[in-house]
Design a protein around this ligand. Structure first.
Ligand SMILES: [Zn+2]
Length: 130
């Protein structure tokens, strides 16, 4: 994953520079991931059509669930890996693995592994969509 200079900001406004691994997904890749998820749930739902009992529920419930999950996955445009920097609260060096995946306009909150202070990741620019 490419490393992008980003900022972490605490609730009271203190801000620090961190190195964050950020991978951005382009529109095509997002649609593909979302579409594949929807398709997988449709197939899964179809598998239950011959099963007595659950055939009343799962064949329509699973595709609906898949639509919801697929729409969410298609919205997620970046995933954040390791974040490295110094905590603005306890001044200890911190290293946060596997921070999470969010949409570009969504806030990503991380916690210092030492003092648990919550910080919002201000995602830096620079990792171009693929
Ligand atoms: Zn801390």
């Amino acid at each position: 994953m490419p490393i992008v200079k980003s900022q972490l900001r605490t609730r009271d406004g203190r801000q620090i520079e961190v190195d964050a691994e950020i991978k951005r997904y382009g529109g095509g890749a997002r649609l593909l991931r979302g579409g594949a998820t929807v398709l997988a749930f449709f197939v899964l739902g179809a598998l239950f059509i011959p099963v007595p009992g659950v055939h009343l529920v799962l064949p329509w419930f699973l595709p609906l669930l898949g639509l919801g999950i697929g729409a969410y996955i298609a919205r997620v445009s970046l995933s954040v890996g390791e974040v490295k920097g110094e905590c603005p609260d306890c001044d200890k060096a911190m290293q946060i693995e596997k921070s999470g995946s969010v949409a570009e306009d969504e806030a990503l909150w991380l916690r210092c592994p030492h003092c648990q202070v919550p910080m919002e990741l201000m995602k830096g620019e620079g990792a171009a969509p693929r």
